[in-house]
Design a protein around this ligand. Structure first.
Ligand SMILES: *[C@@H]1O[C@H](CO)[C@@H](O)[C@H](O)[C@H]1NC(C)=O
Ligand SMILES: *[C@@H]1O[C@H](CO)[C@@H](O)[C@H](O)[C@H]1NC(C)=O
Ligand SMILES: *[C@@H]1O[C@H](CO)[C@@H](O)[C@H](O)[C@H]1NC(C)=O
Length: 241
């Protein structure tokens, strides 16, 4: 979703994965780059078998651990979906193209996850405990992502780009639905108190627990993106002014 190399079409006609798949943009023409990216990203996240890139939407993750003060959560067998729906805006590069910053906007109801959970602890003064199936449906989300771009000279003199260290701020903008089955081993009175709390405090809960989930997601997406970047050069993607 923060990828910036447009894959505009595949040359199935020739049976080859052509090099000229990209809409080259001037580095100063940010709307051009943003546009290309927003077209390309859903395809890249959908997987490109020719380049050995698997789909990362949906993304399957075996185990995510969340340790925050007073609360331990483990999420198993997670299927996370909706990355493809992120739209980029406010794209910026620094002058030597070593850093980029971009906003990613997810529409209401597109980011979703399902799996199993195991949790124990408290949020504030409210005890919370359970294990079973869970479902998560996000509202609108706004992410700001910053990352470094490493540039490596290849043997042919061209430049390969690699996305490196990143940091992000994730802001949930509208109501999130949490559905955790079998809270307190089925004790309805206790479970209802937690569900009510979650309905009223969806934002604070997201802010408390979300970072490990985004981290796992970004690690996976960066892996895919960097596979893709092995097959394109900076010179193909950015044309001179
Ligand atoms: C995760 O899925 C596997 C395979 O379906 C299953 O054996 C395992 O029990 C699941 N994990 C949890 C914590 O439910
Ligand atoms: C580049 O990005 C990294 C990772 O987000 C950040 O730590 C660093 O401060 C940024 N550098 C510049 C020059 O923006
Ligand atoms: C991309 O992959 C194709 C097929 O393997 C290859 O012909 C082409 O040279 C690669 N492009 C780059 C820039 O490495």
């Amino acid at each position: 979703m923060f990828l910036f190399f447009p894959l505009t079409f595949l040359c199935f006609g020739t049976g080859a994965f052509s090099k000229s798949l990209f809409t080259p943009c001037k580095l100063t023409d940010l709307p051009c780059i943003e546009n290309s990216l927003n077209t390309a990203i859903p395809q890249i996240f959908g997987g490109i078998p020719e380049l050995g890139i698997e789909s990362c939407d949906p993304y399957f993750n075996k185990n995510i651990q969340i340790n925050v003060p007073n609360l331990k959560v483990q999420l198993f067998n997670n299927t996370i979906m909706g990355y493809k729906t992120g739209k980029l805006s406010n794209l910026r590069f620094n002058s030597d193209l070593t850093n980029l910053s971009v906003d990613i906007n997810y529409p209401e109801g597109e980011l979703k996850a399902t799996g199993q959970y195991d949790m124990k602890g408290r949020i504030g003064t409210l005890p919370i405990e359970g294990n079973g199936d869970y479902e998560y449906i996000a509202g609108q989300f706004l992410l700001n992502l910053e990352c470094e771009i490493e540039k490596v000279k290849r043997n042919d003199g061209k430049t390969q780009m690699i996305l490196k260290n990143y940091k992000f701020v994730a802001k949930p903008l509208t109501k999130i639905i949490y559905n955790f089955k079998n809270l307190f081993n089925g004790r309805e009175d206790l479970a209802e108190a937690v569900r009510k709390f979650a309905r009223e405090n969806w934002k604070a809960i997201a802010e408390l627990v979300q970072d490990p989930i985004w981290d796992a997601s970004f690690t996976e997406m960066f892996k895919n993106i960097n596979k893709y970047l092995k097959n394109v050069t900076l010179e193909e993607v950015f044309i001179n002014n």
